[in-house]
Design a binder for this molecule. Structure first.
Ligand SMILES: [Zn+2]
Length: 414
């Protein structure tokens, strides 16, 4: 699957996981269920899904450590409530709440799809089904004549600004068919497009963090058997704090890694030792230098689009990179001829956060934060440089190819 197709069709975390599963099955991975007893083969390639999260892995034939690439499957959008459809005699509208920290003004006057998962009753079963509307909704702006201050100050109240679903009365069931319950979202349905005079930029919904998800899937699909067990973990719920059962704050990853250790015949002792020698790579995008607002960047560690993979650091721990893990990936990138740059926030602004630091509370592995530089983070249409996405793919492939082993005050990188 090409990146643009992946971006376009991954409307929600559930769609991302299904598209990821398709890519992995095409690459020969076997689907596992958490509820089954696993019989893993040395050298085998597998994946397992929990809600809107997916973990894929290639078992090492030698036991060994882990190299984990982690990213997130969700992006800011609107989540619809139960009893969401309201008809006022003229308009049908959808009652929704904000999911994550969206740049909400960008969601106005754009095509929105109704998408997510629907739980339907089938005799004695309640089955979740992926859903994408074949119709579009719109969040209409108020005309400039009726809001003369819109260009000076524009605030969004998501309880009063509701998406328009049409001109006749209809319930959610009228639109999506009979259901028992659902997790449905209003999510940007705009096609990704190339821009720039040479087509060197890509603008699309959900670049944060589907570029990371896509690059890590490509890396694990294309990897060859290694001394380490290679893992691509793509988590739901990063935009809302990662606190769900399948999120980076839950035990999904730790559970999968433990089960791999059991299959490899490792003792608890050997499992703990393996984690301390492994590498965890948290992949999420960074703010690029903005051409119109250069003053927003750190003076000496500004990431710019087209400059290669970004290594992110933060004194307060919002990013997990430290001197050792930074040195390890810098060496891998230098040896493989991969361009990289460093990113820090300005010291006088609050940092964003991501899943790396949250995942470490569940399973503590030496960790580094990477990503690509992008503009307009959390907009309905974000922008990256295509060359950076390619560089990220190469970087993750190089990390999987390297032999990495943390031994305390040393890290072996070959
Ligand atoms: Zn992100």
């Amino acid at each position: 699957m090409e990146l643009c197709e992946f971006l376009k069709n991954s409307y929600t975390c559930y769609h991302t996981v299904e598209n990821a599963a398709t890519m992995l099955e095409e690459a020969g991975f076997t689907r596992l269920k958490e509820q089954d007893v696993w019989r893993l083969q040395a050298g085998g390639a597998y994946f397992v899904v929990r809600g809107g999260s997916i973990v894929a892995f290639r078992c090492s034939a030698k036991g060994g450590n882990f190299t984990v690439l982690a990213s997130h499957t969700d992006s800011p959008c609107l989540k619809i409530k139960e009893n969401a459809a309201a008809f006022d005699g003229t308009f049908s509208r959808i009652n929704a709440e904000g999911y994550g920290g969206g740049l909400w003004y960008t969601f106005f006057d754009r095509p929105l799809a109704l998408a997510g998962r629907i739980v339907r009753e089938e005799k004695d079963r309640l089955a979740a089904e992926l859903y994408t509307s074949d119709f579009r909704l719109v969040l209409p702006s108020l005309a400039i004549h009726q809001n003369r201050e819109a260009n000076e100050k524009f605030s969004v109240n998501l309880q009063t600004e509701l998406a328009l679903a049409g001109l006749s009365e209809r319930s959610v069931a009228d639109m999506v068919g009979p259901y028992v319950s659902y997790d449905l979202f209003l999510t940007p349905a705009e096609e990704p497009f190339s821009c720039g005079a040479d087509g060197e930029l890509l603008t699309s919904p959900r670049l944060d963090d589907l570029t990371g998800v896509y690059a890590s899937l490509k890396a694990i699909a294309g990897a060859t058997p290694s001394d380490s067990t290679l893992v691509a973990a793509c988590f739901e719920a990063e935009e809302i704090g990662s606190g769900t059962q399948g999120g980076a704050g839950g035990d999904f990853l730790r559970s999968v890694l433990s089960r791999i250790c059991i299959a490899q015949g490792k003792s608890r002792e050997e499992e703990q030792a393996a984690y301390t020698a492994s590498l965890f790579v948290s992949i999420d995008n960074a703010h690029s230098l903005h051409p119109n607002h250069p003053e927003k960047c750190d003076p000496t560690n500004r990431a710019a689009m087209g400059g290669g993979v970004v290594i992110k650091s933060h004194a307060g721990g919002a990013y997990t990179t430290d001197g050792m893990t930074s040195a390890a990936v810098k060496k891998i990138f230098s040896d493989a001829g991969i361009r990289f740059q460093t990113f820090y926030n300005r010291s006088d602004v609050r940092s964003g956060s991501t899943l790396g630091a949250i995942s470490l509370k569940e399973v503590s592995i030496p960790s580094v934060d990477l990503g690509v530089a992008q503009l307009a983070m959390h907009s309905a249409a974000e922008t990256v440089a295509k060359s950076d996405v390619e560089e990220l793919e190469k970087a993750l492939a190089a990390i999987f190819k390297a032999h990495i082993e943390f031994t305390g005050n040393e890290v072996i990188v070959k």
